[in-house]
Write a protein that binds this ligand. Structure first.
Ligand SMILES: [Zn+2]
Length: 319
């Protein structure tokens, strides 16, 4: 199996703690509690580490389960995430002064670097990568799913951020994950087939991917997506591993697959604008020179491509 950048969770999720009465009061008084910060889908970082602060460093934070979520615990202590208000620091009182209880939090935000895990996930250590991915995934779910899908009522957060309950019909809702397949396609000459999305700038190429549809197995989705996007038929496939991709809620299931009729490969024009076959030398040279752009190092696409290549592919520095 592939070792994937965002699939390195090592902290015990400690689900048994989620419903504990008075949990946050207890954890706020515990000197081993650490809190990760999430702002507009990005996590606070300190170089190549996830920034973890003590509860006492967060004056003015609303300590309800709407904003504070339990990530898990290990031998060093318990980890929480705090989802900061999108417009932190912008709240003003009638005199135009920053609202006092938020001001200190806003100053902390000002001197903190926030980054998307798409960009920094691969640079974080195992513990931090897992904590950051869980924190971002939970915050994305709450952001997108405030209402009951059954009746439309505003739901209430419970279980330390891991459940939303509808006050009208008592229905429980849990964090949602949408499976998607992503495939490194290889032809009979061991060349790699990559596609350029219609949404991307000219030179960016990646593996083909798509969501698993209702009633489908992952394998059926691989065959369907690959035929839809590239008009080629998959003859054999092997599962390579999975990682969460919380933008907002995907779980990427990675495959290597063999295709035969590459002569007839054709981009669908709707999702994929262009298809190309690469030898190892071509992908190495074109990536190194910047003629093509590869997917970011935190993505499963990059891992699938480099697994086929047999090593790390170098590219010119970029953000
Ligand atoms: Zn409801």
């Amino acid at each position: 199996m592939l070792q994937l950048p965002l699939a390195r969770s090592v902290v015990d999720e400690a689900a048994y703690l989620r419903g504990e009465e008075g949990l946050y009061d207890r954890l706020r008084a515990d000197p081993t509690t650490r809190v990760a910060l999430v702002l507009r889908g990005e996590v606070a970082v300190d170089g190549d580490r996830l920034l973890l602060v003590a509860p006492g460093d967060l004056p003015g934070l609303d300590w309800g389960p709407e904003r504070v979520h339990l990530l898990g615990r290990d031998a060093d202590g318990t980890y929480l995430s705090a989802v900061l208000p999108d417009r932190i620091g912008e709240a003003r009182d009638l005199d135009g002064a920053p609202v006092a209880e938020e001001a200190e939090l806003a100053r902390l935000v000002e001197r903190t670097e926030f980054a998307t895990i798409r960009r920094v996930g691969h640079r974080l250590g195992d513990r931090d990568a897992g904590l950051a991915t869980t924190a971002v995934a939970l915050s994305a779910w709450h952001r997108r799913s405030p209402h009951c899908p059954r009746c439309g009522s505003l739901t209430v957060v419970e279980e330390s951020g891991w459940m939303r309950r509808c006050p009208a019909d008592d229905e429980q809702h849990f964090p949602r994950t949408d499976p998607a397949v992503i495939v490194a396609l290889v032809d009979d000459e061991d060349r790699l087939l990559l596609g350029r999305s219609v949404h991307w700038e000219e030179a960016r190429f990646s593996t083909l991917a798509g969501f698993v549809e209702s009633g489908e197995s992952a394998e059926t989705a691989v065959r369907r997506e690959i035929y839809e996007e590239a008009r080629v038929e998959v003859t054999e496939m092997s599962y390579r591993g999975s990682q969460p991709w919380p933008f907002p809620c995907s779980l990427m299931l990675g495959y290597r697959a063999r295709v035969t009729n590459v002569q007839t490969a054709q981009a669908d024009g709707e999702e994929v604008a262009e298809i190309r076959l690469f030898t190892r030398e071509q992908i190495r040279d074109e990536a190194a020179s910047g003629r093509i752009r590869l997917p970011g190092r935190s993505s499963i696409a990059r891992s699938l491509i480099e697994e086929w290549y047999g090593g790390v592919l170098e590219e010119p520095e970029r953000d």
